[in-house]
Design a protein around this ligand. Structure first.
Ligand code: SF4
Length: 488
């Protein structure tokens, strides 16, 4: 096979040679990127556009024609000593496009890799190391190597300022002394793996999600039984050991393995098929609830490029809340909700409307309440007139996650998770399964699509689905507490 290894495929090969084999030999087995992955790609593209603004005289190589035409144009621009975007070069079996090549003194070039992340990861070193190997092999003199990524301390004031949004990290030493020197051998091993008749025998492991979620997880992990040892709560190491020893099922873990008290509860529940209930702990939790009780849930979105003044990269912006108010224990809840509309910053209206419905006394109940308090405090930083009120909410807040993360209650159907999405169906039979919007990531993506893009013909329907989804979160919490009372 005539193999040309791009930097993306080189990184795929570093993650797993089995994945690389499939990419070349059975590409149809690789599923298309899902909406979340595609959204990450789109963010990366947008960040790249801002990076280019830092090089106003830069020229972008046109890759719309043939592969060779891109290479020719790159060589032409190199001879002209201009800043180049997407410069394409080949060397031996390798091919890459540099995000930015910047001409510097003595016929040298600086190599700049742009990422939408906020910090430097090992995979970035490998990425730049591959490019350094290739470009120097192709005859360029590279002086400095940089990762250009998002500075999450940036606070938007007016138009985006690319020089503040982006920061440059010098990785020259690591690249020259280490990461570029391993490329030749790595490429040789990858080519050998690609050319083998069958895929390399590689066990599943932590590498399946590191540095990226592998698109073949469903395929490679399909041998596991439905109820397997990866359900062990907050236990990353033992499942791999068990798999290597041929122990796959949660209820078949040999006693010689020491497991935590919570994991033991899981295993016991798995064997009996019945839930574990610590009535005393549940009572202690329920006794902290004071009525009227306000069940509260937020939906948020975040973007690499801050969309509003006084917001920062990847900082969560709340756009929706649902509140169910139970005036007295056992009475019918009253529902209040807010879903922002329009393209303005939703935070002022969100805070005003929320404050209106939250009353001044009684418990405020959220599931993983630290998130809701974080959002409120972040909003109060921008809208300080709310800080005192946020502090008062903090004094009233109760985390409904607590009895589940403490394993005061555990049901085998939770599958080792204490998330609301798992607890609610296990405890009440209500489920998110049939909902078109049934998780926070989809809610955020769909809200942004119909609010900030022109792909919004179904806006009315999406907003209705969002209302249903967020409403189920808080009504679900009401139902969970009702169930817990029955165990008291
Ligand atoms: S799922 Fe894991 S073992 Fe399978 S190809 Fe991906 S990284 Fe390799």
């Amino acid at each position: 096979m005539n193999i040309r290894l791009s930097k993306t495929k080189y990184l795929n090969g570093l993650q797993c040679k089995k994945l690389l084999w499939y990419i070349y030999n059975e590409p149809d087995a690789i599923p298309e990127p899902d909406a979340t992955t595609q959204a990450i790609f789109d963010q990366g593209h947008l960040v790249g556009e801002y990076a280019k603004k830092l090089f106003p005289n830069g020229v972008e190589v046109d890759h719309s024609e043939t592969f060779e035409a891109g290479l020719r144009q790159t060589r032409d621009l190199i001879s002209k000593r201009v800043s180049i975007f997407e410069a394409a070069l080949t060397y031996k079996r390798c091919y890459a496009r540099a995000d930015i090549l910047e001409p510097v003194a003595d016929d040298n070039w600086d190599l700049i890799e742009v990422k939408s992340s906020t910090d430097l990861k090992d995979v970035n070193y490998h990425d730049i190391g591959f490019q350094y190997y290739l470009y120097t092999g192709a005859g360029l003199k590279i002086d400095k190597c940089y990762l250009m990524c998002i500075d999450n301390s940036y606070v938007r004031k007016g138009d985006i300022e690319p020089c503040k949004l982006l920061k440059k990290i010098d990785v020259t030493d690591e690249i020259k002394t280490s990461y570029s020197t391993m490329v030749e051998n790595n490429v040789a091993e990858m080519v050998k793996a690609i050319n083998s008749k069958t895929f390399p025998q590689i066990d599943i492991g932590a590498h399946c999600n590191e540095p990226y979620d592998c698109p073949l997880i469903d395929k490679c992990w399909s041998f596991l039984p439905e109820r397997n040892v990866f359900f062990l709560y907050r236990n990353n190491k033992l499942p791999m050991t068990l798999i290597q020893e041929g122990v796959f099922e949660l209820d078949k873990i040999p006693e010689k393995y020491e497991i935590s008290a919570k994991n033991q509860i899981q295993v016991d529940c798995e064997k009996t098929g019945k839930p574990y209930i610590d009535s005393q702990k549940i009572k202690e939790f329920l006794d902290t609830i004071q009525y009227p009780a306000y069940y509260m849930d937020f939906e948020t979105f975040a973007s690499a490029i801050p969309m509003f003044d006084n917001s920062s990269p990847y900082k969560q912006i709340p756009f929706q809340f649902s509140v169910h108010v139970v005036k007295e224990k056992g009475t019918k809840p009253e529902h209040f909700s807010f879903l922002a509309d329009g393209t303005d910053d939703p935070r002022p209206e969100f805070m005003a409307k929320l404050k209106n419905v939250m009353g001044t006394k009684g418990s405020v109940i959220a599931f993983k309440a630290s998130f809701e308090m974080y959002i409120l405090n972040k909003c109060a930083e921008v809208l300080p007139e709310y800080q005192q009120w946020v502090d008062s909410i903090d004094e009233r807040i109760i985390d409904l996650l607590q009895p589940f993360s403490d394993f005061a209650y555990y049901h085998p159907q939770q599958d080792g998770s204490c998330s609301l999405k798992k607890v609610l169906p296990a405890l009440t039979g209500k489920s998110y399964d049939d909902m078109e919007i049934g998780d926070g990531g989809t809610a955020s993506a769909e809200y942004c699509r119909v609010t900030f893009t022109e792909d919004n013909k179904d806006k009315k329907k999406v907003r209705k689905l969002l209302e249903e989804y967020c409403g189920l979160d808080t009504m679900g919490m009401v139902d969970i507490v009702e169930q817990l009372y029955s165990f008291k």
